[in-house]
Write a protein that binds this ligand. Structure first.
Ligand code: ADE
Length: 271
């Protein structure tokens, strides 16, 4: 997968050379290139922002600089390629006012050949930038990584990139570790808790059933813990479950937790 990132702080992405992301690059699975948006400016100050039209605090990133940069990276400035939109990357802008980036998005994007991220700073970027590229047939996405405001898109891009790339075939040493994780698949639940050795640490024992060697019982214990934790922390995920996909033991656990499970999705019974 080819990944281009545009930022006024391209050095931020040097961390992508570390750990699993670095290994994936060395293996040729990933090719990450960070570009400095200021390289597409023409003025002595290399300015990338201006005051908001209509007034307000802060500065907004200018469309002209972004379009020169994006036209080049999308191949629009090379006429022979401009009509071949099927080969253009998915263009992604992190934005705190956009839909939430989820595991589903990460899974979908892990199959892309080429991603191009544009990091906004200050009060964000001119809204015409994503609109324009959408109008040109580019697959443009805007995502928030959570209900809080960061100083810029760089952190959000590294979060999204890590979530996306670890799902690529060959990225993880042990692909099984992805299958069992929280937020994976249709019936997304928070994951059960994990323990390692020793069996007793500072007087605290691991749950006995995990030492039993009975895989059926271990699986049931973990599934019940996942249901219980999800019920406590993220009941919205329980509400989204498909009742048809629940087994008898799941239903029993959910009923004990106060859910009605006979309709399409679980429904919380009144206290
Ligand atoms: N830029 C600033 N805050 C952000 C957020 N929460 N998600 C994505 N991009 C952002």
């Amino acid at each position: 997968m080819k990944i281009d990132i545009v930022s006024v702080f391209p050095e931020y992405f040097e961390v992508m050379n570390l750990s699993l992301m670095g290994k994936a690059q060395a293996k040729g699975l990933l090719e990450i290139k960070a570009h400095n948006l200021r390289d597409w400016t023409h003025d002595v100050h290399h300015s990338v922002d201006d005051t908001p039209v209509g007034g307000g605090a802060g500065m907004v990133m200018k469309p002209e600089v972004w379009s020169e940069c994006l036209d080049e990276l999308l191949g629009f400035s090379r006429p022979s390629e401009s009509s071949a939109l099927s080969g253009t990357p998915v263009l992604i802008f992190p934005n705190p006012s956009a839909p939430l980036f989820t595991q589903r998005d990460a899974t979908e994007l892990s199959h892309a050949d080429h991603l191009l991220f544009g990091c906004g700073r200050y009060e964000g970027y001119d809204a015409r930038i994503p609109d324009y590229y959408r109008s040109q047939g580019v697959d443009v996405r805007e995502y928030s990584i959570g209900d809080y405001v960061l100083n810029g898109g760089e952190v959000a891009v590294s979060v999204m990139l890590e979530a996306i790339t670890r799902l690529m075939p060959g990225f993880m040493g042990n692909p099984d570790s992805i299958v069992e994780e929280s937020y994976t698949g249709e019936g997304a639940l928070l994951e059960h808790r994990q323990y390692t050795k020793p069996a007793v640490w500072r007087g605290i024992s691991v749950p006995e059933v995990l030492l039993s060697g009975n895989h059926g019982k271990v699986d049931r214990f973990r599934r019940d813990e996942a249901l219980t934790r999800t019920n406590e922390i993220r009941p919205d995920l329980i509400e989204a479950l498909d009742c048809k996909a629940l087994d008898k033991a799941d239903r029993k656990t959910l009923m004990a937790l106060g859910w009605e499970v006979s309709a399409t999705h679980p429904r919380r019974l009144a206290d």
